[in-house]
Ligand binder design. Structure first.
Ligand code: AMP
Length: 358
């Protein structure tokens, strides 16, 4: 158990790190952000910051020496960075979950081996393999790069086999996986926290609505089909967390289908669909992640009040902040990023126990 005053290191400097840092401060911890980017909205709220490359071993060693435990908020931190740090300081969760989540093919095979149910998939290491994959999986289908895909990036839809060349070019000819198109009723997520002693707690599953591959809203209560499938999806995620001896918050994204929950992907970190827990749950995903990393007892994940709506403020949406603030029931989170770009997550707004006015 880390005593108050200890320093928690966070790899990555985005909004997830910022919200983790605020939660850590509430529990009396100091936070040290490590990230290569010039702008770090996380470091703006912490006392310590290393701006250095992921492979800068002297800087990593100095960072490890300054921290009592390290975690990450960014799922594309190189696995070698986490391995290197693990030789110097406790890193929670460890490299195993990160390594699996960074590779869609490994991730799907890992989940299937544990008895989980991903969408039908086939490896597409090169263009030549795509035709065989289409023959096996059928169309419609989605071609996704094996690595570095997020928020719908690195993906191309194929309506028919005629789209093979266009799809292959549009994902940049990278090693990929072809997925059968899932005919789903809704998308939902399971967010769990696993403590250092193996205890697991779950937040209620939100129904998630995406726009152009990016999460737009997460809300509670979800439609009945999601409630019916929540337990099966939780069991799948608990199996993953136990197999990895995972410590911290772990997220799984699912499709609710007529045949039960289909696993889409996992994130070994706090998740955008869990931002509502700051105001909407007894203990937020950020606080419980810090509690787990610090070896502290976990807090209750119970929902405080229904309904709950979390709406992302993406790109130009950020201009709505003054109007949102005029609604006394709206909780506004502005990430203070300087550059407004289409598709960039710049903030979010949450309503608990009331509906958004508009
Ligand atoms: P991902 O980056 O894999 O989470 O995909 C982004 C979004 O694309 C998902 O949230 C879904 O809305 C959609 N999507 C991804 N994979 C599939 C699939 N196999 N079938 C249907 N829709 C999908």
């Amino acid at each position: 158990m880390l005593p108050p005053g200890s320093t928690i290191g966070i790899l990555g400097g985005g909004q997830l790190g910022r919200m983790l840092a605020v939660a850590a401060a509430q529990l009396g911890f100091k936070v040290h952000i490590y990230a290569p980017d010039a702008e770090s909205v996380a470091a703006e709220v912490t006392a310590h910051h290393s701006q250095a490359a992921w492979d800068d071993e002297p800087r990593l060693a100095a960072f490890a020496a300054a921290c009592d435990a390290v975690t990450f908020e960014f799922e594309n931190v190189p696995v070698d960075t986490v391995r290197f740090l693990s030789g110097h300081v406790a890193v929670r969760p460890g490299a195993a979950g990160l390594e699996i989540a960074q590779d869609r093919l490994t991730e799907k095979s890992f989940v299937a081996d544990l008895g989980g149910r991903p969408a039908p998939f086939a490896a597409v290491p090169g263009r030549a393999a795509l035709d065989g994959a289409i023959a096996g999986i059928g169309t419609p289908a989605i071609l996704k790069t094996v690595r570095m895909g997020y928020d719908g990036k690195g993906q191309a839809r194929l309506a028919t086999s005629e789209d093979a060349d266009t799809a292959w070019e549009s994902i940049g000819r990278h090693s990929a996986v072809l997925e059968g198109f899932v005919d789903f009723a809704h998308e939902f997520s399971v967010i769990l926290v696993r403590g250092i002693d193996g205890e697991i707690r779950y937040w209620d599953s939100t129904v998630n609505v995406h726009d152009a591959g990016i999460l737009a809203t997460a809300s509670l209560p979800p439609p009945p089909i999601v409630l019916e499938q929540q337990d099966a999806a939780r069991a799948m995620m608990a199996g993953i967390a136990d197999a990895l001896d995972y410590v911290g918050v772990l997220t799984g994204e699912f499709f609710a289908t007529d045949d039960g929950p289909v696993f889409n992907e996992m994130a070994p970190r706090v998740h955008n669909s869990g931002h509502w827990t700051i105001e909407g749950a007894e203990t937020s995903q950020f606080e419980n992640h810090i509690r787990a990393v610090a070896g502290l007892p976990l807090g209750s994940t119970a929902t405080r009040a229904l309904p709950v709506t979390m709406r992302n403020l993406i790109g130009a949406d950020i201009a709505a902040v003054p109007d949102l603030l005029a609604d006394p029931h709206c909780h506004v989170h502005h990430y203070s990023k300087t550059e407004v770009r289409p598709g960039r997550k710049l903030g979010h707004a949450t309503w608990v126990g009331s509906e958004p006015a508009a």
